[in-house]
Design a protein around this ligand. Structure first.
Ligand SMILES: Cc1cc2nc3c(=O)[nH]c(=O)nc-3n(C[C@H](O)[C@H](O)[C@H](O)COP(=O)(O)OP(=O)(O)OC[C@H]3O[C@@H](n4cnc5c(N)ncnc54)[C@H](O)[C@@H]3O)c2cc1C
Ligand code: SF4
Length: 577
């Protein structure tokens, strides 16, 4: 049990050498931001990362490979698929990006209820492989869960977070239009990618029929036009190649590896320790606060303790839950800060189950330039001002139009000169839509630690008990109806719909377990992402989420992290931490 006995665990180096001003656990999207902000504030910061090191450009082995240069032409061998049934369920998984995803057997977990946990364990975490959609939450997503009785009150408002959204958007580089929508507020955007001719037409037709349905160009973490602040980071304008998850040699999309971590390093205040799986937080009963963390070196399996005045938890939602649950002490016998027994509970996710597609006639003389790395979006229009549906929460949708790869697909003979010629011709136009829906955080959706199963470093495995509910089914049903209406209004024909019945987790937006709130009886973290009962530990990854909203969450974590780290630095300067 980590606690006052910590000194015996220091093996090779003295306390002084292992002491920093701040420790950040995890180097992904949120950890990169914590590192940047803390280092810029002059704090000596240690970033602990369980995975290997990844350096910008140097460690993108497939970035410039052509399809024919891949041994399996981009596919994964059957043997690999069989050995990795979970990870490979992510739709974009391929030979080109497999090295940025974990292998299932290396990192097991227990699914009491099915949960598809998609992970990338390396410096940069999932920031290397994320989809990069970056819309802002609206003020309604903050207030509606409590207002309509399906959640607790958020301890901060949209207005309080808005300046921090602006701050992170400007540095990361988000492109998009200013559309003036109340369900998806505008941010500090670089110019958007252009909609193609079909998308422009569909948008205009949907708007003509439905006054509350807004199809817009996506807000995306892509440097459509690099500004001075991005050039200073060594990043350049995106070339619209859509090969982002291989790592981008231009730094055209935002990742910790291309942006926040090198920026932090330049301050001279960053120490990065890869191959360091954080086991637990060390609580000192006499001091009444956390004093450091215990890590296990993933190569040597040796444990070492590191110390700091503040600790930021950024290991990703479920991993932060795992570490906190594993951080037991005399003061916190049931997990770190867990006086109310709610740690690990109210885990939620996004409803990603529904999609539609259809055909678009005409436009045969039109094509589009390049491979746009973004999609269009339709902002939520359900349950915004009042809860007038038979479900709670809202949904947004991703959508877009494309031409298929040609008449060759229709030939019986899939070989030879005729097939080759036909493949050189563009095929018909099609349009798709898929859902990103809010889900309700519930006490019955939780994660816990296995009592008997451990990983290769002796850390208990996490157990998932997370499932969809009736509200999700009703929301999905409404999405299918309204999206078919929208596509139909847009002139799309032969519309089909599909419920993929994915388990939670495959939606890649797991959240909660250590939620923020005003009341210590019903939440673990206050408005600054600090534990109510241990002010020098902050959680600013998805674990802190009080509700899920319907927008992609990562830009929200970035904004919360920048806000909380700046608060922590000020409090440290005042001597309060
Ligand atoms: C394929 C895919 C597409 C996505 N698309 C989008 C999108 O379009 N928009 C969006 O907003 N979000 C998207 N997401 C989600 C997004 O990736 C996450 O929300 C985001 O990465 C979370 O940031 P994080 O810092 O919490 O975690 P991560 O980025 O996962 O970083 C966590 C880091 O902590 C490390 N770590 C874990 N446990 C420990 C430990 N015990 N000790 C030390 N280190 C540890 C991990 O190795 C990792 O490097 C997508 C995710 C995936 C997988
Ligand atoms: S689309 Fe842009 S960000 Fe993505 S790999 Fe190409 S240049 Fe890089």
């Amino acid at each position: 049990m980590p606690g006052d006995s910590l000194i015996v665990n220091i093996n090779s180096r003295g306390i002084e050498q292992n002491t920093f001003d701040a420790i950040v656990v995890g180097s992904g999207i949120s950890g990169g931001w914590a590192a940047k902000e803390l280092c810029e504030q002059g704090l000596k910061t240690l970033v602990l990362e369980r995975g290997r090191n990844v350096e910008h450009n140097k460690d993108y082995p497939t970035a410039n490979m052509n399809p024919w240069e891949f041994k399996h032409r981009g596919q994964m061998p059957a043997e690999f698929l069989k050995a990795n049934p979970l990870t490979t369920q992510y739709g974009g998984f391929s030979e080109a990006i497999a090295h940025f995803f974990i292998k299932d057997n290396d990192h097991p977990y227990v699914q009491d209820k099915p949960f598809l946990w998609i992970r990338g364990y390396q410096v940069g975490g999932k920031s290397l492989i994320w989809g990069r959609a970056c819309p802002r939450w609206s003020k309604y997503e903050f207030i509606n869960p409590a207002r309509f009785g399906y959640g607790i009150e958020w301890p901060l408002s949209y207005e309080e977070l808005a300046p921090w959204y602006s701050y992170v958007e400007t540095f990361a580089g988000i492109c998009g239009n200013k559309d003036g929508l109340e369900a998806m507020p505008d941010g500090e955007y670089l110019p958007p990618f252009e909609m193609n001719c079909v998308e422009k037409d569909v948008k205009q037709k949907i708007s003509a029929k439905y006054k509350d349905r807004f199809m817009i160009q996506g807000r995306w973490a892509q440097l459509s036009q690099a500004q001075d602040i991005h050039l200073q980071q060594g990043r350049g304008t995106c070339q619209a190649r859509d090969l982002c998850s291989r790592g981008c040699p231009f730094g055209g999309y935002f990742s910790s590896v291309s942006s926040t971590l090198p920026w932090a390093k330049r301050t001279g205040n960053l120490t990065m320790r890869p191959f360091s799986v954080v086991h637990s937080i060390i609580y000192n009963e006499k001091k009444g606060k956390a004093v450091g963390v215990r890590i296990i070196d993933t190569n040597t399996k040796q444990s070492t303790d590191y110390f700091a005045r503040v600790i930021f938890m950024n290991a990703s939602a479920l991993n932060s839950n795992l570490i906190l649950l594993n951080s037991t002490s005399g003061r916190f016998p049931n997990g770190f800060g867990n006086d109310n027994g709610l740690l690990g509970k109210y885990v939620a996710f996004h409803n990603y189950r529904g999609s539609l597609k259809g055909d678009v006639e005409g436009y045969e003389d039109k094509y589009y330039y390049g491979r746009r790395p973004s999609e269009c979006m339709m902002a939520n229009f359900r349950n915004i001002h009042k809860n007038d549906m038979d479900f709670v929460g809202g949904y947004m949708a991703f959508m877009g139009a494309w031409r298929d790869s040609g008449a060759g697909n229709k030939l019986d003979e899939q070989i030879g000169a005729a097939f080759k010629d036909a493949m050189g011709e563009a095929g018909g136009w099609h349009m798709y839509m898929y859902i990103q829906g809010e889900t309700i955080p519930k006490e019955s959706n939780f994660v816990a630690l296995s009592k008997d199963k451990k990983d290769q470093w002796g850390i208990p495995l996490i157990v998932t008990n997370v499932a969809y509910d009736d509200n999700d089914e009703r929301l999905l049903k409404d999405f299918f109806i309204t999206s078919a209406e929208s596509l139909d209004a847009g002139g799309v024909k032969n519309i089909t719909q599909h419920d993929n019945h994915w388990a939670p987790g495959r939606d890649i937006h797991e959240m909660g377990g250590c939620r923020m709130g005003k009341n210590p009886k019903t939440s673990l973290l206050n408005k600054w992402n600090q534990f109510h009962n241990c002010k020098n530990v902050f959680v600013t990854d998805g674990a802190c989420m009080t509700s899920t909203g319907n927008q992609s969450p990562s830009i929200f974590y970035m904004a919360l992290t920048a806000r909380a780290t700046n608060y922590a630095a000020q409090e440290m300067k005042k001597g309060n931490l």
